[in-house]
Design a protein. Structure first.
Lengths: 263, 166
């Protein structure tokens, strides 16, 4: 395999908006799946260790399918492995929320819950798309992520309405992650350009559905919804926090150290 | 394909012998992974669909299908991955469900195809595959493979897998 050029940072015009859109969709799952997999062998209880590994597997599997489609859409000979392992940090299009370090168990669960609640709405919209492959991936992923969301919302209740310690940690996690949630609902020229294929999830309606789902669980968990705050941005254009580069170096090192290796 | 004529049914018959690597009591046909078989001239195409997006067994299943056909003299089979319609446990037939039960895995109940995203936990009774008791409790929503959850029977104290309705 010849090494394809690495996608550069922000460009003023997006040559292939559908490719860009698929990268955003896949990179959220790939990066979050990798973060979650860091718990493997370190979970607080065996069942939860297994649960996080299972959820990570679903997310990486979803990313795999979407990246394959992205590679076909790009038409430059890059497959899902090239896109996952041979892009640099500025070529990744995930939201910053998913690249934040796994933190403590409360942070992992709160972040996962906030993402899951967004993800199910995104897949629900995408399964109506006119592109049959993406619609099929979305229909399957929606079932998986609905299952994840039940699991993480359950943990919100256990942690928030648990001991003083678990409550404090869950509240801190919510406060720390809140300013990264705005990026999930950003809408730009890429979304506008792909809207011909179906609904893209950035509307005020979707945000309000997400907000009501999240605030309902947060209230039942006896936690306080954070106050409105300026939202972090940049991930969708390849601008990331300091944490993504470190994650990628770990995720990509074997493939980059042994180009073309098979096992 | 080297044999002159191989019908779709013959191919399906061969694929019935290909077991799922993670649930070896069922074949890939019984699980609903094989969606279609197309025989066009010399080329056999088998369409398969993944159970879960992250199912690590898909590559192995693909290899096993090609291998099983080759063993019957059918070479050069093409395995295509299709995503729509999304796999559901509702495609697992009554005989296959009985095989699961006999292997100590509670078969899946009806899948929830509701259009509404709900946080409500499922309430369906899961019967113990060993003693049949309806008094069982969910121990973990995630199990040894993506498709299973772990329960324990209150009547016979036996922990068991449930094939999740999906």
């Amino acid at each position: 395999m010849t090494r394809a050029p690495v996608a550069g940072p922000r460009e003023t015009t997006v040559a292939n908006p559908l490719f860009e859109f698929l990268l955003r969709l896949a990179d959220d799952r790939l990066v979050l799946g990798h973060r979650l997999s860091e718990w493997c062998g370190h979970g607080p209880i065996l069942e939860e260790d297994i649960a996080m590994a299972n959820i990570a597997l679903d997310l990486v599997g979803q990313a795999n399918a979407v990246l394959r489609l992205a590679g076909e859409t790009e038409g430059a000979g890059r497959d899902e492995d090239a896109l996952a392992y041979l892009r640099d940090e500025t070529g990744f299009r995930n939201a910053q929320l998913v690249e934040l370090p796994k933190g403590d168990f409360a942070f992992t669960m709160v972040r996962q819950f906030l993402f899951d609640a967004f993800s199910v709405l995104q897949w629900e919209a995408l399964k109506q798309w006119k592109l049959p492959t993406l619609a099929g991936i979305a229909a399957k992923a929606l079932k998986e992520d609905t299952y994840h969301l039940r699991h993480t919302s359950d943990w919100l209740l256990k942690l928030g309405d648990g001991t003083g310690e678990s409550h404090a940690r869950a509240q801190r996690a919510l406060d720390d992650s809140w300013r990264f949630t705005g990026e999930l609902f950003e809408c730009d020229a890429v979304d506008g350009a792909v809207a011909e294929h179906g609904i893209v999830l950035n509307s005020a309606t979707a945000h309000s559905r997400w907000h009501s789902m999240v605030s309902d669980v947060v209230a039942r968990a006896t936690l306080d919804l954070p106050k409105d705050t300026p939202m972090a941005t940049g991930g969708r254009r390849g601008r990331h926090t300091e944490f993504l580069g470190h994650l990628l170096s770990e995720m990509q090192i074997v493939v980059r150290s042994h180009p073309g290796a098979k096992w | 394909m080297s044999r002159a004529t191989t019908s779709r049914d013959e191919i399906l018959g061969i694929l019935h012998a290909v077991k799922d690597p993670e649930v070896p009591v069922l074949s890939v046909v019984e699980l609903g992974i094989v969606r279609d078989v197309i025989v066009e001239g010399d080329v056999v195409t088998v369409r398969i669909t993944p159970t879960y997006s992250g199912c690590p067994a898909m590559h192995e299943i693909e290899r096993d299908i090609v291998g099983a056909l080759e063993a019957q003299g059918i070479t050069g089979a093409v395995v295509e991955l299709v995503y729509a319609p999304a796999w559901t446990t509702d495609w697992i037939g009554a005989d296959a469900r009985e095989k699961l039960r006999a292997a100590g895995i509670a078969p899946p109940g009806p899948a929830d195809h509701g259009a509404v995203i709900t946080l409500a936990r499922r309430r369906a009774t899961v019967h113990c595959p060993y003693c049949g008791s309806a008094s069982t409790q969910l121990k973990s929503e995630f199990g040894s493979t993506a498709c299973k959850a772990i329960h324990v029977c209150n009547a016979c104290d036996q922990p068991f897998d449930e094939f999740k309705a999906f």
